[in-house]
Write a protein that binds this ligand. Sequence first.
Ligand code: 5GP
Length: 183
Amino acid sequence: MTAQMPLPPECDAVLYSAEQIAEATDALGAQLTRAYTGEQLRLLSVLKGGLMFMADLARAVQLDVTMDFLAVQPYGPGARGAVRVTKDLDDDIADSRVVLVEDIVDTGLTLNYLLNLIKGHGPRSVDVCTLIDKPARRIAQIDVAFRGFEAPDRFLVGYGLDLGGKYRNLPYVATVRDEVMGL
Ligand code: 5GP
């Protein structure tokens, strides 16, 4: 079903196929199931990039979970991860076990900001689960408890990740050509 989606002209290769993503997601789901056995788990994700991963991960976790979403708008290039929250959480997460489900962690600045925001709601614990970790450009020291892939320092699209709003619906993750990124 997934092989038919042609590679966009801005991309040079598929980095993670739909099958590899499904395998990684299942493995992460199993890890979360083991780590939170007997607990009620709250999965939080950030729109819009985290949507695909959240939907698949939630189905790979064999626990009682709730799902909630934040939406944020970056303040701009100099904001060092500071974001404006355009949709806050619906649920009260006080005293809950929370997992923040991310599509990608790059510098970690956004995640750092979001973690502080979430901690302000008084959860019992917060862990980070990201499908893709790009450690090469990390600035904020954050603990990523669960990760699917460690990616090279390339701009990626697909499976939730966009290029100017496009390509979130690709079933795979692809690398964008350096010349498209002005490199
Ligand atoms: P940070 O640098 O704060 O870790 O990442 C902030 C945001 O930049 C991510 O949540 C994601 O939306 C975006 N981002 C980082 N790396 C990539 C990438 O390779 N591709 C796309 N499409 N977005 C990215």
